[in-house]
Design a protein around this ligand. Structure first.
Ligand code: NAG
Ligand code: NAG
Ligand code: NAG
Ligand code: NAG
Ligand code: NAG
Ligand code: NAG
Ligand code: NAG
Ligand code: NAG
Length: 860
């Protein structure tokens, strides 16, 4: 079985199209493609030179193997599988066409082409453009663009006399050239010609005038300045003055009139400031009689490099082949792509190390490292110098060791930014160990800073101020390690004034960021810059939750007091009225009917009417129609009253009667006789109400209780409905939670209105260039909802106090003893009154008896 597998595997290996005959068994093949139209004058000379050189190379360089060379013109070339490599001398367009045709075959492509031609993909081919001395700029700019050193969609080209007229067009086309072969798309371009140094006397003014028209919103933020060394300084100075350098704008200075003798531009570092993105490409071309160049030189150099690489490939393969068996060799020998890569790397290495053709033409690429430099510790600060980004040569193009704009690509490049902070939950939460050193930074501010440091690539050290934080930190220490932050500490919040210590550190640039949540106030804005608000705090107030009124007198609720009084009056008045009519009626005498005993006195009549009211009907109906009319209409009244009462009573049984709550400032002001109010001392709310143009807030400010607040007492009074407390909603929620945990009741509620908003932000130095950068990041974090999510995690969890609504109570009320108690009280009252009356009657009777005895003492 094992053998079978092996047998099956071997053919599958040789069938694999990627495998290419070994260099050991078959000669390598090289196709040389020369387009006669590309080099009409030199064609014969070059062809002859190549042929001669190949004969020499076969003999002297390729010692370990053989090579078959075929010469083609553009028309006759047929890219076949067996080809190892192609050397082409064609125009740019033809080079790309040929390359695309040959791309499938994974062969090594070496092109010598015209200038301003995008180089073939780095990993697959070698391109050498033929440049004329002093005309390398367009190629250089195109090359930087192809390797994505800058990814510009727009560019503003500033140039002075160092860029000749026809070169301008070529430079522009380097930017606009679109190519589907390489992943670059064109940029939109604005061109500004700078005044000529010699002609204008007041050069600086002319320069300012030219640059001041630039509106970076419409033309973009990328600048390519092709200027002379002397102009460069002035352009840098002018761009500084006009605010054209900042953390987003990119400046690439191309200086062509430096040379190997005067190639030190490190003095520009003095003009660079924090937050700049400035890169320099400058001419370090050597002029020396030993400098060589030209087409023939390049062709020969390329062929030499190729032959050497081929020889080393053959040597390597034969060495490997000797060490293993034939079958194993079949399995491990390089694929065609593998061999191409090997050859390509070797050819490149050879040109890099030993290439002499046009080696004198060299440009140096450097960039200013500026971000975060200011905040480096004085002792540790590295010397101001440009970072070496790379070099450029015609034969191998840009050779970059770093990013052209290091800060655009890598932000602060892991610079350490100092910050200042203090304990102030939930904005900053500093965790201490038992020795009192901060071991962890938390809270909303540090959640944001951690994300910023990841996105902007910086590290940070935090200075903790003692002045303001001492109190809360000691408090925290007592709580012990690892314990969650106590809601009590919310009361320590300093709402507005920023400590002087922090302002001083920030404005003197001792720290890059005041990593604390501060209220944005107009007065503080004069001193420092605030970042975008990280949170917006609403002011509201804490009041007692409206309570259900006692249901003892529920049976009284259906009628208002007035109705009850009217009813009572009606009963009392109707009694005598009935008595009068009943007695005045002559019917009884006429008919000789005795008057009923029941209606014989006004009291009896009142009781009669009362009985009728309760639908109990008196025993004695008057005989006279006049009196019957009175009784009859009374029954009608009773019917209406009783029905209304019953209906209303049912409604009151179902809907609990709620106290009138205080939910708005207007309601609070309406209750000002019974309710007092206050806010935290030094709170921004005080200032806001004081300055508010609305009369109700002025009243609120005038009525505000001043003085220190004992929070426990205050909360108790709020619970009792005697006090209302104004503060941030967040803090009030903490208070509610705390009180719920203490009393297990939901007695507190928040006002319905959001009164003022207070914006919380971090602070930075007034002239810091990074404000916009940090603001953008904060904005992004807010847009994806992270800030809100972090913030929510510092709020207390929702408990039942947040959920209780009246609706659920209403739909689910069953009548209980509470609702009924009133009627029992009335019964008790009646019982008591009856008893008292009884006692009264007894006492009266015995008094009367005694009095009789006194009058007739001898009768008994
Ligand atoms: C291989 O190349 C050598 C020269 O390098 C040549 O002499 C020889 O004839 C070639 N062999 C084949 C089979 O083409
Ligand atoms: C670069 O410097 C050399 C020598 O100083 C000069 O010949 C060449 O013209 C310069 N290149 C450009 C593009 O000006
Ligand atoms: C540019 O500004 C720097 C510092 O502000 C100054 O030293 C230098 O002389 C200025 N250079 C020119 C050419 O104005
Ligand atoms: C090419 O030029 C660079 C710098 O000008 C030099 O260091 C290097 O030795 C030169 N290479 C050759 C092969 O001459
Ligand atoms: C941060 O900066 C360092 C140093 O320049 C760099 O190596 C690294 O790639 C950067 N990280 C990111 C995410 O940009
Ligand atoms: C606290 O300080 C003591 C003595 O100074 C030391 O032994 C201990 O390791 C420190 N603890 C921590 C957590 O750093
Ligand atoms: C920063 O503060 C300065 C002065 O304090 C002010 O002029 C400037 O407008 C502020 N910048 C921003 C973006 O608020
Ligand atoms: C009504 O109250 C009962 C018991 O108190 C409870 O089980 C039921 O879920 C409540 N129904 C509604 C709709 O709230």
């Amino acid at each position: 079985m094992f053998f079978l597998t092996v047998l099956l595997m071997i053919p599958s290996v040789s069938v694999n199209g990627d495998k290419f005959p070994s260099l050991l068994t078959r000669n390598a093949t090289l196709a040389v493609v020369i387009d006669k139209e590309f080099i009409p004058e030199d064609y014969d000379m070059i062809l002859e030179a190549i042929q001669k050189y190949m004969i020499y190379a076969k003999r002297e360089i390729l010692i370990h193997g053989g090579i078959n060379v075929f010469y083609h013109s553009l028309a006759t070339i047929n890219v076949r599988k067996e080809l190892t490599a192609i050397v082409s001398l064609t125009s740019c367009e033809d080079t790309w066409r040929l390359f695309n045709a040959a791309r499938e075959e994974n062969l090594l492509f070496m092109a010598i082409s015209e200038s301003d031609c995008p180089r073939l993909p780095e990993g697959e081919a070698i391109t050498i453009p033929m440049l004329q001395n002093g005309q390398e700029l367009p190629q250089l700019i195109l090359d930087l663009r192809t390797v994505n050193a800058y990814k510009w969609k727009t560019v503003i080209i500033l140039y002075d006399y160092t860029l000749e007229r026809d070169m301008v067009t070529r430079v522009v086309s380097s930017f606009t050239r679109e190519s589907s072969d390489i992943q670059i798309s064109g940029a939109s371009i604005s061109i500004i010609q700078l005044p000529s140094l010699s002609k204008t006397s007041d050069y600086n003014n002319a320069l300012y005038k030219k640059l001041s028209v630039i509106n970076t919103h419409s033309v973009g933020t990328n600048f390519l300045a092709i200027v002379s060394v002397d102009t460069m300084q002035m352009v840098i100075n002018a761009s500084k003055t006009l605010g054209l350098t900042n953390t987003k704008n990119q400046w690439l200075f191309v200086v062509s009139d430096t040379n190997w003798k005067h190639d030190d531009i490190s003095y520009v570092t003095k003009s660079l400031k924090e937050g700049d993105n400035v890169a320099f490409v400058y001419n370090t071309t050597l002029s020396h009689p030993t400098c060589v160049g030209g087409l023939r030189c390049h062709v020969e150099e390329l062929l030499k490099a190729f032959m050497k690489s081929l020889d080393s490939a053959i040597t390597q393969e034969s060495e490997s082949a000797i060490q293993v068996s034939d079958e194993e060799w079949e399995a491990i020998r390089p694929t065609k792509t593998g061999r191409r890569l090997y050859l390509l790397q070797n050819v490149k290495k050879h040109i890099l190390n030993y290439g002499v053709c046009d080696n004198c033409t060299r440009w140096k690429i450097e960039a200013g490292e500026t971000w975060g430099k200011e905040y480096e510790k004085r002792g540790l600060r590295t010397e101001d110098k440009l970072i070496n980004v790379g070099t450029w040569r015609p034969s191998d193009g840009p050779c970059l060791q770093d990013e052209l704009f290091p800060h655009i690509a890598h932000g602060f490049r892991r610079k350490n930014l100092p910050m200042i902070s203090y304990h102030n939950p939930p904005w900053q939460i500093l965790r201490l160990n038992e020795n009192g050193t901060v071991i962890e930074y938390g809270g909303l501010v540090f959640d944001i800073i951690k994300e910023l440091s990841r996105n902007l690539n910086f590290t940070y050290t935090v200075y903790v101020t003692d002045e303001e934080s001492a109190e809360s930190i000691t408090k925290h220490k007592e709580l012990g390690n690892g314990q969650k932050y106590n809601v009590l500490e919310m009361t320590d919040l300093v709402t507005s004034n920023i400590p002087n210590e922090i302002i001083r550190m920030v404005t003197q640039k001792k720290v890059a960021l005041g990593a604390c949540g501060f209220t944005i106030t107009d007065s503080a804005k004069q001193l420092v810059n605030f970042t975008n608000p990280i949170s917006i705090q609403m002011y509201s107030f804490l009041a007692s939750r409206p309570r259900k009124l006692s249901r003892a007198l529920l049976f009284m609720y259906p009628f208002t007091t007035g109705t009850w009084l009217c009813l009572a009056t009606a009963v009392i008045v109707m009694g005598p009225v009935l008595y009068f009519i009943h007695n005045a009626s002559p019917v009884y005498e006429y008919k000789g009917i005795p008057k009923g005993k029941g209606l014989s006195s006004p009291q009896n009549c009142i009781w009669y009417m009362y009985g009728a009211l309760l639908q109990q009907g008196g025993m004695h109906l008057p005989h006279a129609d006049s009196a019957r009319l009175i009784v009859g209409t009374w029954w009608l009244v009773v019917l209406v009253v009783a029905t209304t009462y019953c209906g209303n009573l049912v409604a009151f049984l179902t809907f609990p009667k709620i106290d009138i709550p205080i939910t708005t400032v207007d309601e609070l002001l309406a209750h000002r006789d019974t309710v007092s109010w206050s806010t935290a001392k030094g709170s921004y709310f005080n200032t806001l109400t004081k300055e508010s143009p609305l009369p109700k807030f002025k009243e609120l400010y005038a009525g505000m209780m001043k003085g220190n607040i004992d929070f426990d007492q205050m909360l108790y009074e709020v619970e009792q409905g005697k006090h209302v407390y104004f503060d941030w909603k967040t803090k009030l929620v903490y208070f509610m939670k705390k009180q719920y945990l203490v009393t297990d009741r939901c007695d507190l509620t928040l006002g319905k209105e959001d009164l003022f908003d207070e914006k919380i932000a971090m602070i930075m130095a007034p002239d810091t260039p990074y404000l916009a950068l940090i603001n953008d990041e904060i904005k992004r974090l807010q847009q994806v909802g992270l800030v809100e999510k972090w913030y929510q995690s510092y709020l207390p969890k929702k408990d039942r106090c947040f959920q209780v609504t009246r609706v659920t109570e209403v739909t689910n009320h069953t009548v209980n003893l509470d609702d009924m108690q009133g009627s029992f009280f009335v019964l008790l009252l009646g019982f008591t009154l009856g008893t008292i009356w009884l006692v009264g009657e007894i006492l009266y009777t015995s008094y009367k008896v005694k009095k009789k005895e006194k009058l007739h003492p001898f009768v008994s």
